[in-house]
Design a protein around this ligand. Structure first.
Ligand code: UD1
Ligand code: UDP
Length: 391
């Protein structure tokens, strides 16, 4: 058996690594050791609980208002101890957080091979998103096996000189996690969330957290929210507010007093997935949500100026609107008032996955370690379009 240490620290990494951990645990070829930095605390624990993941190591590094220096330093130091003890055959990391980069660096210092899940996303803008664009570059340079979610991500890596045999297109594991979660029965108990099932209202789901949007850009977005809640009496906004104090401050200042804007705590993934299902429209600067919502035919307005996820923009399921108050309002206004514009976005196909990404990752690992003769078929979004996606 080969030993794989998976390292992650934040909510989205946990959601996207959960299917991989489950698939590794189900495989006869691997022993999977989970190490969390806990760069997030409550938001990470919500995911660990839902998927029943019990980390062997929990570095518990989160501090209120932590800096990038804090996270990097504390994660790297903690992971030294983990890897010294475990001496794994491979370290698996995910995406582009500071935990991801620190874990790849720690593995490199032990000369341990690195597998990178959700590899190859790029904006080519060093500071946007910050620090994620650089985190994924730096991780990519250290990586031995790149699990690219899309053909576009693979093309990015090839353009940087990565050898083709080191890249496998798998689809995004977020679709595995999302489809399995949204298929579960769920009844809202919270009275605010129950009201989203009331057909008299159209629900707009909002989340924001990107570091480069903190301060004035977020204020502009929230003012646009005020504008369209004023304009449309049938609109309810549900806004699970990220725990970052810098986000909360502006949210409270601009949106604290509106009846039809419901500010709630970050939701566990099960109710959150069902909230997407009951939404009319999603406004977000999140990476994961713009991959999930289109698989249920929900249009997404992306509150960012750059994107490393051009596939959904090209497919027409998401629109990049930035953070300017008038532009955000105009885009939401169109979708709220023009059924044809809404239908065009809602019917576009999700290019991100078919729910089999984790299986492909584990089959690839077994094949590359010489434990299985079978290499998986790569994910092909065109094929998915032929057969249609689940709605
Ligand atoms: C981090 C990642 C970002 C990812 C995002 C997902 C970095 C630098 N940033 O950003 O790439 O997209 O997670 O959400 O890796 N906090 C809590 N409880 C929690 C989580 C956060 O209180 O469970 C508060 C703390 O005060 C913390 C602050 O939020 O200091 C910011 O957390 P941090 O992980 O530094 O940044 P995020 O914006 O969450
Ligand atoms: N999410 C959640 N509860 C919430 C908000 C988001 O479970 O209240 C999930 C969401 O479905 C997605 C992930 O968290 O899978 C996205 O996390 P986030 O936006 O924090 O990070 P990003 O994807 O931008 O890195």
């Amino acid at each position: 058996m080969k030993k794989i240490v998976t390292v992650f620290g934040t909510r989205p990494e946990a959601i996207k690594m959960a299917p991989v951990i489950k698939a590794l645990e189900a495989s006869p070829h691997f022993r999977c050791v989970v190490a969390v930095t806990a760069q997030h605390r409550e938001m990470l624990d919500q995911v660990l609980d839902l998927f029943g993941i019990r980390p062997a190591y929990d570095l518990d590094i989160m501090r209120q208002g932590q800096t990038l220096f804090d996270i990097t330093r504390r994660a790297l130091t903690g992971l030294e101890g983990v890897l010294r003890k475990e001496r794994p055959d491979m370290v698996l990391v995910h995406g582009d957080t500071t935990t991801t980069f620190a874990a790849a660096l720690a593995a490199f210092y032990f000369q341990t091979p690195v597998g990178h899940v959700e590899a190859g996303l790029r904006t080519r803008n060093k500071y946007s998103p910050f620090p994620e664009e650089m985190n994924r570059h730096l991780t990519g340079v250290i990586t031995d096996l790149h699990f690219a979610p899309t053909a576009g991500a693979k093309a990015n890596l090839l353009a940087e000189g990565v050898a083709p045999e080191k890249i496998v297109v798998t689809g995004n594991t977020v679709i595995d996690a999302f489809l399995s979660t949204v298929r579960k029965e769920y009844a809202f108990e919270d009275p605010i969330l129950k009201s989203v099932q009331d057909d008299r209202y159209r629900v707009i789901l909002v989340t924001t957290h990107r570091r480069e949007n903190l301060g004035e850009p977020l204020r502009q977005v929230y003012l646009a929210l005020r504008d369209f809640v004023d304009r449309y009496p049938d609109v309810q906004v549900v806004f699970p507010v990220h725990r970052n104090p810098a986000v909360r401050k502006v949210v409270r200042e601009v949106l604290g007093d509106l009846d039809r804007v419901h500010l709630v705590e970050p939701l566990p993934y099960l109710p959150f997935a069902h909230l997407i299902k009951h939404s009319y429209l999603v406004l977000t600067d999140s990476g994961g949500i713009q991959e999930e919502a289109p698989s249920l035919g929900k249009p997404v307005l992306v509150l960012r100026d750059t994107t490393e996820r051009p596939e959904a923009v090209d497919a027409g399921t998401v629109l990049l609107v930035g953070t300017d108050r008038r532009r955000v309002f105009a885009a939401a206004d169109t979708l709220l008032s023009d059924p044809e514009a809404y239908r065009r976005m809602a019917e576009a196909v999700n290019p991100y996955g078919d729910g089999q990404a984790a299986a492909r990752i584990v089959q690839t690992l077994a094949h590359r370690f010489g434990l299985s003769p079978v290499a998986p078929q790569e994910f092909n979004a065109m094929k998915q379009q032929e057969f249609g996606v689940e709605r």
